[in-house]
Ligand binder design. Structure first.
Ligand SMILES: [Zn+2]
Length: 311
């Protein structure tokens, strides 16, 4: 990526969250300049302004003031920092212990530019895998933080099934770093919608939590209601790739009242896990039907067997 600072991805250890924060501030300034997203075309839903984001990020970079240090020390006494995976006491919040860190299989370049899966050798910028050539996805590019194994699998389950919303800050930073090329190009960040029945049972959409974090960190408009499910679908768990595609075909749409905010814009679609790409593919087709110029996909985890690359 010409003109960008050297990427710090993947992080080398659990102390690199500050680098990710700095990168978030850089991405926000790079995208919008001093005027922020409002000056760059309007942002209806973002909960904090770019300036607030940048101030928070700058404060984190320069170091906390006396009040913040005292407050942090007191809160650490009440709630000592623990590893987000195994709850072992550690030195800082929103981090992992060394043992759990080693169990994350970060997805490292060189990558297939379309599917985001690792390539066996570096074939240059924009290289695509044989799988992407044989069966091109309906989205433009996909990227994921790590393989869906070890500590990443535990973190995804913590967010999804155990109401562990405290993991969202670390996961949001990782998403922004792993998907920095996609984030730089994005106008709008949109979550994959949850089925209505699951939303009632779970009370929250984990993809929406992640999308909001990415939007706030990078200063991108967050539009949680852009996609909706048009019909109920069976669970994708245990289905073959073909059955998954049939299960979600035509199951998503952009409501007509929201098409104007999608038309001609670059969409960053967020999900927690990409398995075969069927769900995000169906969402990407719906976004394109509504007039989106580009649809990129960013996820926490990718289900990938390194020996058999999925298409
Ligand atoms: Zn741990």
């Amino acid at each position: 990526m010409r003109g960008l600072p050297k990427s710090k991805w993947p992080p080398r250890d659990g102390k690199s969250s500050l680098a990710a924060l700095n990168s978030g501030a850089f991405l926000a300034r790079k995208r919008f300049g001093a005027g922020g997203p409002e000056a760059a075309g309007g942002c209806e839903v973002s909960e904090t302004s770019l300036d607030e984001n940048t101030d928070q990020l700058t404060a984190a970079t320069l170091g906390p003031g006396l009040f913040r240090r005292v407050f942090t020390a007191l809160s650490d006494l009440v709630m000592p920092p623990v590893c987000l995976v195994c709850r072992t006491p550690i030195g800082s919040h929103d981090a992992l212990c060394a043992g759990c860190w080693r169990e994350i299989d970060f997805i490292r370049p060189p990558l297939c530019d379309r599917l985001g899966i690792p390539l066996p050798f570096d074939a240059g910028e924009g290289a695509v895998s044989a799988a992407a050539v044989a069966d091109p996805p309906s989205y433009d590019r996909a990227r994921a933080v790590a393989a869906h194994t070890g500590s990443m699998r535990t973190l995804v389950h913590a967010l999804k099934f155990h109401d562990r919303h405290d993991v969202r800050r670390l996961l949001g930073k990782w998403l922004v770093e792993a998907g920095r090329e996609l984030v730089l190009d994005a106008d709008v960040v949109v979550p994959v919608p949850l089925a209505r029945r699951r939303l009632v049972m779970r009370r929250f959409n984990q993809a929406a939590i992640l999308a909001r974090e990415v939007g706030q960190l990078a200063g991108i408009c967050y539009e949680p209601l852009t996609l909706e499910r048009t019909r109920a679908t069976a669970s994708q768990v245990g289905l073959s790739r073909g059955a998954r595609q049939r299960n979600v075909a035509g199951a998503f749409a952009v409501p007509p009242r929201r098409e104007a905010r999608i038309r001609g814009r670059n969409i960053l679609l967020i999900d927690d896990v990409i398995t075969t790409g069927s769900t995000v593919g169906a969402c990407a087709r719906a976004l394109r039907r509504a007039g989106a110029t580009r649809v990129d996909v960013l996820a926490l985890a990718l289900v990938t067997d390194r020996a058999v690359i999925p298409s």
